[in-house]
Design a protein around this ligand. Sequence first.
Ligand code: HEC
Ligand code: HEC
Ligand code: HEC
Ligand code: HEC
Ligand code: HEC
Ligand code: HEC
Ligand code: HEC
Length: 322
Amino acid sequence: MIGHIRKTLWRLLALLAVLAAVPALADDPPSPAELAKIRTGNAACLACHSEAGLKKPPKDGMDLKALRKYLVHADTYAASDHGQMACTKCHGDGYDDHPHAAKAREELSECQDCHARKAMRIERQFDKSVHAENLSDSFTCATCHDAHTMALASKLRDPHKIVAQDNKICLDCHDSDLAFARIAPEKKKRPPIDDIHDWLPNTRLHWKAVRCIECHTPAEDKLSLSHEIQNKDKAEKKCATCHSANTSLNARLYRHLATEEQHKYGFINSVILGTSYVVGATRNPTLDFGLIILFAATVVGVLGHGLVRIITTRLRRSKKND
Ligand code: HEC
Ligand code: HEC
Ligand code: HEC
Ligand code: HEC
Ligand code: HEC
Ligand code: HEC
Ligand code: HEC
């Protein structure tokens, strides 16, 4: 019963999210009649490509094991950037009947086909990234972007949701030997993501509060985040870039909150106070003092822990050598 109510509420929320997004679309959004037609068409695909379709296949003799890998979640899709589009806009006509046409996959549209102008800027940045330079052509826009689920940061607004969406892209590969090996050059081993960043205290908390791209893309692009993922030597390591009064996060992660919250609180740093407290980034001296002590204690704790580890390993090693 509660599950049912919750589901209905989610559907309502998804609908509201879609409605709220309508005025923001650059292209002419579909009229209600057009949208209804699109939804009916998409429902035909989803009759098979959904949990419900998998449980109760509308047709006998289908390869259900293959189908299981190809499910699209209707509500997530509806709330995504492409939620008002017909599946066939990207997938072509080859999928209208099942079994699907043998060459159906070759007709798949690429991002550039529809977003020419925007893609040109992004492509220029992406072409300079470590992924484009070091990996084969198989690393494309679609390697990172799931066209069925992606939602613009300005639409999500909540920094924690933005961080979760964007970091999932990187972590799904950099935190998985299987996915990493699929695209990495032969013999390249995946460096464990927590080990690489062991200089960052409370690493897993940082993964939840701040994006990989915050530290791994050049800071000069003020209008939007750059797609140029840089070499590790150029990555940001200075704590003060974020943990300071003029934190770079105002221009990046908290950008979509800034204008409104600014009016509400009167000064920009309270944006951070309202969402999560970043040490040193607010102008509340008493709070800062307490937290600086906590912060120092953490750093001392981390250093101390490291020192003890070095000493004990040395001891252990020298014992082994005896
Ligand atoms: C009657 C059930 C059914 C319907 C309706 C259906 N599909 Fe499929 N689809 C499948 C099954 C089963 C597979 C798994 C592999 C196979 O059998 O081709 C699949 C595979 C796919 C694949 C991945 C395989 C590939 O060739 O890349 C895509 C993409 C796809 N379908 C898109 C669509 C779209 C878009 C629609 C609606 C226009 C649609 N399907 C309608 C059953 C269906
Ligand atoms: C904006 C373009 C776009 C729209 C709209 C779209 N898709 Fe896709 N879809 C893609 C791309 C791109 C891929 C290939 C992803 C890849 O190669 O990793 C894909 C892959 C798939 C797959 C195969 C999954 C896989 O892992 O290869 C299925 C099934 C599918 N889409 C079904 C649908 C259905 C059903 C809809 C409508 C509800 C839909 N798509 C709408 C772009 C789109
Ligand atoms: C068949 C055409 C088509 C393809 C292919 C396509 N899109 Fe879109 N996309 C649209 C339409 C239509 C909209 C909604 C209207 C708009 O805002 O332009 C949209 C919206 C978006 C948005 C949000 C609106 C904005 O401000 O840009 C993003 C981001 C986006 N697409 C990214 C992508 C990415 C990444 C790919 C490739 C994986 C892709 N699209 C493939 C047609 C397409
Ligand atoms: C390494 C992963 C990765 C690759 C590859 C990638 N993107 Fe992105 N893209 C992201 C992330 C993360 C964001 C979110 C940044 C933000 O919120 O602005 C994003 C945001 C976007 C946006 C919305 C923000 C904006 O600037 O308008 C568009 C559109 C987009 N990407 C298109 C593309 C296209 C086109 C390609 C291929 C040329 C591509 N992306 C390749 C990770 C990637
Ligand atoms: C599908 C897998 C995949 C995805 C998704 C991906 N990466 Fe990578 N990335 C790789 C591989 C493989 C390499 C190693 C390339 C090489 O051989 O130099 C790499 C290299 C890197 C490097 C360079 C390390 C160095 O040696 O200088 C950084 C930094 C990086 N990725 C960050 C990111 C970030 C941030 C994201 C998300 C926006 C991301 N990656 C998404 C697979 C991926
Ligand atoms: C606070 C800034 C920061 C954040 C957040 C961050 N990184 Fe890094 N990352 C760095 C720095 C600095 C280095 C270089 C470390 C070194 O060389 O000792 C690095 C190194 C790397 C490397 C190179 C590994 C190697 O040695 O080949 C990869 C890959 C990487 N990061 C991926 C990620 C991913 C994925 C995320 C998100 C989950 C992320 N980073 C988040 C700062 C950051
Ligand atoms: C790219 C931005 C960024 C960088 C660089 C960065 N941090 Fe953070 N840090 C954050 C954010 C955002 C939080 C999360 C605040 C929250 O949600 O409570 C955080 C949280 C923390 C916390 C936990 C505070 C608590 O409430 O428990 C500590 C400790 C910390 N950072 C120390 C550091 C140190 C030391 C460095 C440099 C080695 C560093 N950070 C670099 C953004 C950053």
